[in-house]
Ligand binder design. Structure first.
Ligand SMILES: [Zn+2]
Length: 261
């Protein structure tokens, strides 16, 4: 292959590798963001359970205060029973005592229900906290792994940049500017031709162009304008000469045996 073609092809390979690395670099923060959002979700869940538990706690504190209030009132009414004068007064006070006692009992049941809810939430909170811990650990590992990858990619990019600059110095400016323009507009500047087609746009080539390519010339695709070259190494190897086909050979033929053989 002509040297300027060879250098353009090498430059194209370097450019494609750089593009791939840059794309991989851009994808790296996404992995960290994914781990971060998983952790944030677990933290949110843990915080929700935790605040539900403290709501139950303050509910029980309030209930206990109210229960004590009702029991005290009931006790006070009981002492008044000693000083009543009429059966009507006694009946009225008995009624109050029943009311206060019933209220205290009702609130105690509420408190019990709250305790049961808390008991159910405790293991959920423990599990959520465990998950937060493991996701925080996973995030740290992801960050470390991504940082390592970022450095590897940056080092590879740096060495590709060196290779790119040295290749560019070897290529004539008119080819370079054409190559750069094509890379900017088409993504690639030079592509191989295969089976009489441009591999950039799949347009078929005229026989004249195909012949020029096979003579080692660099031409432009009529359709996409990419530079085209022909790589003899890419061409299918010529078939090994086959022995002349013998009619019937290869077919499993059972010749009728002649009688008596
Ligand atoms: Zn083309």
């Amino acid at each position: 292959m002509e040297t300027h073609i060879d250098n353009l092809v090498k430059l194209q390979a370097v450019e494609l590798e750089r593009a791939g690395l840059n794309q991989a670099l851009r994808a790296l923060p996404g992995e960290v963001a994914l781990a971060e959002s998983a952790l944030a979700a677990a933290q949110g869940k843990s915080a929700d359970i935790s605040s539900a538990l403290s709501r139950e706690d303050s509910l029980r504190t309030r209930l206990e205060r109210e229960i004590a209030g009702h029991r005290q009132k009931a006790a006070r009414f009981r002492t008044q029973l000693d000083t009543v004068k009429t059966p009507e007064q006694a009946e009225a006070i008995e009624h109050e005592i029943r009311f206060e006692t019933a209220e205290a009992d009702r609130l105690e049941e509420e408190e019990y229900a709250s305790l049961e809810r808390s008991e159910a939430q405790e293991p959920m909170l423990a599990a959520a906290r465990e998950q937060v811990e493991s996701l925080a650990e996973a995030l740290e590992k992801t960050q470390a792994r991504i940082e390592l990858r970022r450095r590897e990619f940056a080092a590879q990019l740096a060495s590709l940049d060196v290779e790119r600059e040295s290749l560019r110095k070897l290529i004539a400016p008119e080819w370079l500017s054409r190559f750069d323009r094509l890379c900017a507009s088409r993504g690639t500047g030079i592509v191989p031709a295969e089976n009489q087609q441009c591999t950039g746009c799949r347009m078929g080539l005229r026989p004249q162009a195909w012949n020029e390519l096979r003579e080692g010339q660099l031409i432009a695709c009529d359709s996409c304008q990419r530079l085209l070259y022909w790589d003899p190494a890419m061409a299918p190897a010529p078939k090994a000469p086959q022995p002349e086909a013998i009619p019937g050979a290869g077919r499993a033929v059972r010749r009728p045996r002649s009688a008596g053989a």
